[in-house]
Design a protein around this ligand. Structure first.
Ligand SMILES: C[S@@+](CC[C@H](N)C(=O)[O-])C[C@H]1O[C@@H](n2cnc3c(N)ncnc32)[C@H](O)[C@@H]1O
Length: 263
């Protein structure tokens, strides 16, 4: 029986916010909170290392796995330790309806950078230029995972591994390479930047090695990103509407790429 199964609360407290791995080694990138059954399910599917997972109702969590995720049921059965509801509630900022939470090892920065730099690239990298809204960033990571994008890079001060972004990403930070970089450090590849003043995207084929760049909710594309852009593209919009929400813009653009790729 693992340490985590016999003393899940102790293991949690040792690992939460620390950079220690279960075997005592130091890991520079630390752990992230997986909040709820679906986040844990996704993280396991995409190969996350999960040293501790707790639930206030193990039978209910395993029943959910039988119904929705039989592929990860054996992993959940081995991992999930039941703790009293009061202990579970004390470990998380806000209890989740599924009463499941886990800590996952954040992939190393080197591994994330290697994934972003790998060539030939078979699917675009999404670049969010100085995004401000943590919920938008999480939604974009979920979209990128769904479309099989190579990664999501943010520029600026927002941390794409912030707990609120991880919550919005539903555990899918492990399905794509998520990193923060300066514009000057972006991976190689042609930059297609989305801007309401650009050329109509409907006439353009987006290549698989593209960097698809989107501006900030507040002020659009930065001068640095505009200078790095090879093409400015717009999504169709009726006159008098000034712009779409950032995450919906990413959704339409990734859909446009995928529809061309599969045709
Ligand atoms: C909420 S918008 C930014 C609005 C901002 N006030 C501005 O000045 O551009 C965020 C980003 O979504 C993308 N976007 C929104 N609507 C778009 C459209 N119709 N065509 C292309 N990109 C769009 C752009 O990348 C934009 O920078």
């Amino acid at each position: 029986m693992t340490d985590a199964m016999t003393d899940p609360e102790g293991v949690w407290h040792r690992l939460a916010g620390s950079r220690e791995l279960p075997d005592g080694r130091e890991r520079p990138d630390g752990h992230v909170l997986l909040d709820g059954f679906h986040a844990l399910k996704h993280a396991l599917r995409f190969g996350a290392e999960v040293p501790v997972a707790v639930t206030a109702d193990r039978a209910a969590a395993l029943a959910l796995a039988d119904e929705l995720a039989p592929d990860v049921r054996p992993a959940l059965d081995a991992l999930l330790a039941e703790v009293p509801q009061s202990v579970y509630a004390a470990l998380v900022p806000r209890p989740h309806p599924t009463a499941v939470a886990a800590l996952a090892v954040r992939p190393s920065r080197e591994a994330r950078l290697a994934r972003l730099a790998h060539l030939p690239r078979t699917a675009p990298v999404v670049v969010l230029d100085n995004p401000r809204n943590l919920g938008n960033a999480g939604a974009v990571i979920r979209l990128a995972a769904g479309f099989g994008a190579t990664g999501v890079v943010t520029t600026g001060t927002l941390d794409p591994w912030h707990p609120t972004v991880v919550r919005g990403g539903a555990g899918l930070h492990f399905a794509t390479a998520v990193e923060r970089l300066a514009v000057a450090e972006l991976p190689a590849g042609p930059v297609f930047a989305l801007d309401p003043e650009g050329d109509d995207i409907r006439g353009v084929k987006l290549p698989d090695d593209a960097l698809l760049a989107f501006g900030s909710e507040r002020s659009g594309l930065s001068p640095e990103l505009r200078a790095r852009a090879d093409h400015l593209l717009s999504l169709p919009m009726r006159p008098q509407v000034s712009s779409y929400n950032l995450a919906t813009t990413v959704a339409m653009t990734l859909y446009h790429w995928s529809a061309q790729t599969s045709s």
